[in-house]
Ligand binder design. Structure first.
Ligand SMILES: [Zn+2]
Length: 197
């Protein structure tokens, strides 16, 4: 794989000059196509004649994707306060700080979305008395896969609201991590925590 450096020379079509021009790879802030925001300091090829951006090399695409991710609006829902307590306690049980909550949640959402047995089981938590309560706290989830995973769960169960899924998953987390202390998810979550925090 060829990796480009700042200052490397190349050639590209310049839209302003309407010609093939000599270019130089430079770090620039690149605005998004929709005009809402920009990617800071990303390697692009710049026209040597008119100084406009000609192209984005392959190695810059992960940085652009990351910036788009940050721009994406989070999925938010309100839950009873004790649900946050459950998630905090589960984090403690796993052996990490409470800021691991979001990642733990994403782990469960993704796992359930692709597991027929887990999907079937999810609705069975509906009768748990911990589902009830005034929605006083906020859960916010962000990420490229969360929306797709939640849609998949909605599509494959009789559940119709994201908030319900979040609540049911919280009950599942309580059952597996706090009550049963299941070794498999705890071990996997510990690995994710060590690798990402
Ligand atoms: Zn030009």
């Amino acid at each position: 794989m060829k990796i480009l450096k700042v200052g490397d020379k190349s050639q590209a079509i310049c839209n302003s000059c309407k010609a093939v021009v000599p270019t130089t790879y430079t770090l620039r802030d690149v605005p998004f196509d929709d005009g809402d925001g920009e990617v800071k300091n990303v390697l692009v090829s710049v026209c040597d004649t008119c100084d406009s951006i000609c192209s984005l090399p392959h190695q810059s695409t992960p940085a652009v994707r990351k910036a788009l991710e940050t721009k994406r609006k989070p999925i938010e829902c309100r839950v009873p306060a004790h649900m946050i307590d459950i998630l905090n306690l589960a984090c403690t049980q796993i052996g990490c700080e409470t800021d691991f909550r979001t990642q733990m949640f994403k782990y469960y959402i993704h796992k359930i979305a692709y597991d027929d047995a887990a999907l079937a089981e999810l609705s069975s938590f509906k009768d748990n008395e911990l589902i009830e309560g005034k929605p006083e706290k906020r859960i916010s989830l962000k990420g490229r896969h969360v929306k797709a995973d939640l849609d998949r769960i909605l599509y494959r169960t009789s559940l119709t609201k994201t908030t319900d899924i979040i609540k049911l998953i919280t009950i599942k987390i309580k059952t597996e991590i706090l009550d049963m202390k299941k070794p498999e998810p705890i071990k996997e979550l510990r690995t994710i925590a060590v690798a990402t925090l």
